[in-house]
Design a protein around this ligand. Sequence first.
Ligand SMILES: Cc1ncc(C[n+]2csc(CCOP(=O)(O)OP(=O)(O)O)c2C)c(N)n1
Ligand SMILES: [Mg+2]
Length: 552
Amino acid sequence: MDAQYTVGQYLVDRLRQLGLGHLFSIAGDYSIEWVNRYVEQSQIEVIEEVNELNAGFAADGYARIRGIGALCVTYSAGALSAVNAIAGAYVEKVPVVLINGTPSIKRTLAFEQTGFSSHHFISGRQTDMQAFEHLTVAAVRVDNPDLAPMMIDYALTQCITEKRPVYIELLEDMVDLSCQQPVGSLKPARVMSDPANVEESVAQLNRRLESAAKPLIWVGIEVDRMGLHEKATSLIHQLNIPYVSQLLSKAVLSEDDTLFAGVFDGQASTPAVKDFAEDADFILALGVWLTDLNTLGWDTDLDKTAFVSLDTVKYGTFFSPQVSLEHLIDGLLAGKVTRDNLKWPQAPAHGVAPVASSEAAITYQGFYEVIPQYIDEYTIVGSDASLNYFGSLLLKVPSAGGFVAQSSYSAIGYIGPAATGICLANNNDKRVMVFAGDGGFQMSAQCLSTQTRFGLNPIIFVINNGVYGVEQWLADASVFTSNRPFYKSCVLHPWNYSALAGVFGCQGWKVSTYGELRNAVNAALENSTTPTLIEVVVANKSIPDNAGWKKR
Ligand SMILES: Cc1ncc(C[n+]2csc(CCOP(=O)(O)OP(=O)(O)O)c2C)c(N)n1
Ligand SMILES: [Mg+2]
């Protein structure tokens, strides 16, 4: 044991080894010593966040790009504000490490055995642990320096294996205690499959891939989370079969690919993509998760769709457990099936939008016809749970991994703070452009503070329609096509969004015509040193065209 080497250092070194370059943090006296004396002295930059929810969303956005993200908070009063962000990361398989600075053993025993409470205690040592053990794939309480390396290694290995959040409760009195140094580097646990089931599944799927008249591939989020981008692309090209993605997996593979046919999101898909989904007689769904928002208003045809996800293959009545996506793709690649002369039409190119007159008032749809010209391979696009989901479905995103949305969990207010993490994770190399509703933006608007403070330059579009548009759409969409009023609970208190730029020290624009929009975007692209908020005023009953199908 190296007397100089400490538990606090161990955690920093392991995080750094995993590629962490930034730690989102809110000071608290149970964690501040670790942050100040260990993290500050390391190559990990501390990003002081404004609140724990934003810190959690920032760490999530960071992890989606970097493969690891982390935040450090203080016990209960801080940690419990991060619950929502950690839950989202759990659902969407995002590897986030939550480090919770925790009262010492002395404080814990005093509270539990005499009732003398230290600040933030609720009911003793179990509270935060119990909250997070349901939302993480490992929850450890580091209360012993000899066990600390083992516990930290276990939690971090779980994080990079399962690609899900983990919880490390770091007692304040542990950080300076000596412990052994890290041994080797941490690696994800190996991917396990049952070989006979892989073989049987590959044979079954190859038969259909060979014989189907109109086969289609549906690329899901697991392709990204399991790092299978190259293998999936090779398979698609070997098969020579067109593919669609999901909102959740949009741009996981480049949308510039010749075999890319569009994003499939049920009724919100383009007519061409709906035709692909309807006409296909066999769909190979690689790593697809079925969720309501990602198959919007659509009954998935389970008889013609083979799902390879969640370590199983399911196709009609065929069920084969313990088949990893990676091994299945390997097996299909080895089978060398290839198709030519398929009866598919050429996947439609993205149409050129009509140029709206500069004086015309912006509509939700018109906004999404103007924006594509600003997106290239150096852009990362993000969308919040809002009517922006519909619009952003239609944006062509050429850069692989260039689209971020929390489209399964869908907590509004995610994308603004996530943009903080996305900018930091990609070293400001690509331009980050995110689309938020006004309601969502109200939830986490202080993201502008952190972004300004650290010189980040995302462009944050806030669509000011004055309402919780998509909430009303979900509850009763007929309000948008009649003169009936919005539900009272969907009407927002109006904010002067663009004026917030003055509050936080960044740039802000308020636009209501296409001419103003173009000027603002051009100015935003020129501004490389601060975030730019572009408040886009649209009428409250204006919705993207692909949201128009819902009658009630
Ligand atoms: C944290 C959270 N609270 C509440 C909801 C329910 N919800 C779903 S969409 C939505 C409204 C979004 O409105 P806005 O951000 O203004 O976008 P718009 O649809 O108007 O473009 C709400 C409140 C949610 N998804 N997440
Ligand atoms: Mg709104």
